[in-house]
Each structure stands twice: as structure tokens, then as C-alpha cells.
Write a protein that binds this ligand. Structure first.
Ligand code: DOR
Ligand code: ZN
Length: 435
């Protein structure tokens, strides 16, 4: 028997129904129900909190199978729960890559046994992510893949990309697109611009992203497939996506907190926790992303949680792997830098973390608090002030550029199918309780 309870007195924000008001949310049998029908249920005082549809992170590297030293399905989903996410989309650049139904099934079965939150699995576009031969898309969909991506790599062959968009369309799957032209980006370690010149480092020009975004807009427009651009980082790409959407191209995009809040200037410290792909760009690009976030060009915020071990990152900048973690910092950073600084309203931010990602995935049962929907809920404490401390993370890795940042707001509880998987609220028990 699943528990019954009522969350009382919170500010309920449900963008799927245009709701932003003080209300009670009731849960019974793992689903949202009418509070008037629950006479004897426990009730939890949520005054001062925001109750929102469960947050979904569209871009997470769980590293299992293959690199369990960086992260596992267990530790990655613990970090997700503590960060306020009820569901995450696992990237397929594992070892082996998720290009067969057996690898998809492996991740799914481990997630069912060991996961603290829902793990939605994405599959490779091409076999081995080699960009040469399309993977078996029908079988991958049957095995449960929710999206196709070669994330970490770009599909360079235009003909293959066109075919993949056609197949993805007929199977109803979105393409999650890592846009990076290798001939322009190859050998680069940071954004090409003023700071790469000053520091004498090989640059990755914004055009390496723009060229592939342009190509994929052209192809998606022709084919009519669902195209989702991952980790948007450049001004021109944002402009092209804005224009394409206005023309009616079925496309969406995401940005990460690190691209929204950091620039390439940070690399003068030579700290490899600023090394990420696409690279942190200049203030001009960062401001263009903020603008695109505000006007809706950027639909969702995703972390691109990319764990790496300390030994791998503790090398010269040129040799360190690309990637930063983000599951436990995304929500506090966005509440602080976007809501408390007046860039987005709480309702706008909630949409970018919940109903928009659900729509991108085509999951009508998620990203909503309507009665009858599964009770996937994120509770926010928007005023909680703290300092980000990577030593307290539940993730196996520590490669964050935000250690020591002062933030205001965090996830106070995460509820998956009616069960508290994370709680930082005194008196509410959960699988993971914040100390
Ligand atoms: O910084 C990144 N790290 N960008 C990617 O595209 C891949 C990711 C990884 O897998 O580490
Ligand atoms: Zn990527």
C-alpha cells in the first residue's frame, strides 16, 4: 500500500495548467488526487515552499556501464534525487555505448533495482557513436529508448543525419543533437576568442556549433522530425533557432547552468573544472543565452552532468577530459541567478525544469500536477541560503566549477510516484534525508 498524504499551504506552480497559487496537493496510490477525498491522510505543512511538477534533467551521464569509478546508476540517481529531479535522461556514451537493446535493457533493469529516481534512457544515433552506420532504431525504441543521440560526438555525415531524422520521425523519437563540427573544433580546449589568445590555448570557435545547428535546422525542416539541440552555447545558434521556431520548425533546445552563468575568463585560473564541451564562451554569448532563455528560444535547462574522477581532472588543462557535474547544483544556481535576480519568474523557471522537458520527451503523464497524474513532485525551498560544498555531494565525482558559491534556494523534497525519495524537511522521512 502506498502512502496517502496532503502537502498543505504551499505556493503551487503548475505550468501545464497555468497555475500559480496557494493550494493543497493530495497524493494517494502514487497519484495526484482531490484533497477533499482524503479525509484521514497525513498532512505536511509546506508554507513558504513551492510545490512543482517533478523536475526532469534531459542530459545526464551516468557512466554505467563501463566507468563506475566516475558514477553509477545508484550514485547518479541519488545525486538527482538530492538535486530535486524525479527523472533524468541517461546519455548513451557509456562503455559499451547504448547502441543495442541489451545495453538499454541493462541500464533500465539496474535503474529499476538501484535507482532513486526514474531513469529514461537515450540510445545512440549511430553504431558505436562512430557516425558511420545508423543504429537499429526500431529495436532501440522497443527496448525503451526515449531519444536518440550521439552526445559527446556530432554526426558529421549529412546523408546519415538526414536518414536518422527520417527514421526518428517515423518511430516518434526526438533527436538530441550534439552540434560540433570536428574540423573546426578539433584540438581545441576552450572557446576561441580573447582569452584563448591571451592564455595561448587552442580554441574551439562558436562557428563549430553554428554550422551544425544550421545544417540540422535545414534537415529537420525538410524532414519534419523532432530536433532538440543540446547544450546550446553560442549567440548565432540561438538566433538561428529563434528564427527556425518562428517559421514553425519542430525544434527545441536546452542550455546548461554553466553556460548560463560562467564565461571563458574563468580559465585564466587553469582550473580544469572549467573545461567543458561545448566550451564556456565569452560574455557576449552568455548574454545571448540569457536573452534566449527569457524569450523562450531555450525551452529547458539541463545539467549535462558529466562526472570525471579527480585524478583525471588533476592534470594540465590540455589533457583533462571535458565535463562538469551539475545534478546537485542546477536548482540552487538557477533559483539564485535567474529567479532571485529577476531574469525569470519562479513559474518560468519551473516550466524549464518540468513541463518543457516532459513535452520534449512527449511524456504527457509527466511535468504536470493535474489530478490522476503520477505523483512526481519537486518541492522547492526558495529562500534557503547556503554555500555549495562539493564534499557533501552524493555524486561519486567532485568536478564542479561552483564549489563555494553562495546560493539561495534548493530542492527541499523530491517525490517519485508518491514516495519521498529525498527530504530536507524536518519530520518528513525519505530514502535520502538531508543531514
Ligand atoms: O563536456 C562534456 N562532457 N561534453 C560532452 O559532450 C560529453 C561529456 C562527457 O561525456 O564527459
Ligand atoms: Zn554533448
Amino acid at each position: 500500500m502506498k502512502s496517502e498524504f496532503i502537502l498543505r499551504g504551499a505556493r503551487v506552480i503548475d505550468p501545464s495548467r497555468g497555475l500559480d497559487q496557494c493550494a493543497d496537493i493530495a497524493v494517494s496510490n502514487g497519484r495526484i488526487c482531490d484533497p477533499a477525498k482524503l479525509k484521514k491522510a497525513k498532512s505536511y505543512d509546506m508554507e513558504g515552499k513551492i510545490v512543482a511538477p517533478g523536475f526532469i534533467d534531459l542530459h545526464v551521464h551516468l557512466r554505467q556501464p563501463g566507468r563506475n569509478d566516475k558514477e553509477t546508476i545508484r550514485t547518479g540517481t541519488m545525486a538527482a534525487a538530492a538535486g530535486g529531479f524525479v527523472a533524468i535522461v541517461a546519455m548513451p556514451n557509456t562503455s559499451p555505448p547504448a547502441d543495442t537493446s541489451s545495453t538499454i535493457e541493462y541500464v533500465k533493469s539496474h535503474a529499476e533495482r538501484e535507482g532513486f529516481v526514474k531513469v529514461l534512457v537515450s540510445a545512440c544515433i549511430t553504431k558505436g557513436q562512430e557516425g558511420k552506420e545508423m543504429s537499429g532504431i526500431g529495436g532501440l525504441k522497443k527496448a525503451g529508448a526515449v531519444a536518440l543521440t550521439d552526445d559527446g560526438k556530432c554526426v558529421h555525415n549529412h546523408e546519415i543525419m538526414r536518414h536518422v531524422l527520417e527514421y526518428a520521425k517515423s518511430f516518434g523519437l526526438p533527436i538530441f543533437d550534439h552540434c560540433e563540427d570536428e574540423s573546426l573544433a578539433s584540438g581545441g580546449v576552450m572557446h576561441e576568442g580573447y582569452w584563448s589568445t591571451v592564455l595561448g590555448m587552442r580554441g574551439i570557435p562558436a562557428e563549430s556549433e553554428d554550422i551544425m545547428v544550421a545544417r540540422d535546422i535545414i534537415l529537420a525542416e525538410k524532414v519534419g522530425a523532432r530536433l532538440h539541440i543540446q547544450h546550446l552555447s553560442s549567440k548565432n545558434s540561438a538566433r538561428m533557432i529563434r528564427e527556425a521556431k518562428a517559421r514553425g520548425v519542430k525544434m527545441t533546445c536546452e542550455a546548461t547552468p554553466h553556460h548560463l552563468f560562467l564565461t571563458d575568463e574563468k580559465i585564466k585560473s587553469f582550473d580544469t573544472n572549467y573545461k567543458v564541451n561545448p566550451p564556456l564562451r565569452s560574455e557576449e554569448h552568455r548574454l545571448a543565452l540569457i536573452e534566449a532563455l527569457k524569450d523562450g528560444t531555450i525551452d529547458a535547462i539541463a545539467s549535462d552532468h558529466a562526472p570525471h574522477t579527480e585524478t583525471e581532472k588533476l592534470v594540465e588543462f590540455d589533457y583533462a577530459p571535458f565535463g562538469v557535474i551539475g545534478l546537485e547544483t542546477s536548482v540552487p544556481l538557477c533559483l539564485t541567478e535567474l529567479c532571485h535576480k529577476g531574469v525569470l519568474t519562479f513559474a518560468e523557471l519551473v516550466r524549464k525544469f518540468s513541463s518543457s522537458p516532459a513535452e520534449i520527451l512527449g511524456l504527457s503523464e509527466m511535468g504536470t500536477l493535474r489530478e490522476g497524474a503520477p505523483a512526481n513532485i519537486t518541492v522547492l525551498d526558495p529562500e534557503f541560503e547556503h554555500v555549495i560544498d562539493s564534499s557533501s555531494f552524493l555524486s561519486k565525482s567532485r568536478n564542479t566549477p561552483f564549489d563555494g558559491w553562495k546560493v539561495k534556494g534548493r530542492a527541499a523534497a523530491t517525490i517519485v510516484d508518491g514516495n519521498f525519495v529525498f527530504s530536507a524537511i524536518p519530520g518528513i522521512d525519505a530514502a535520502i534525508v538531508h543531514k
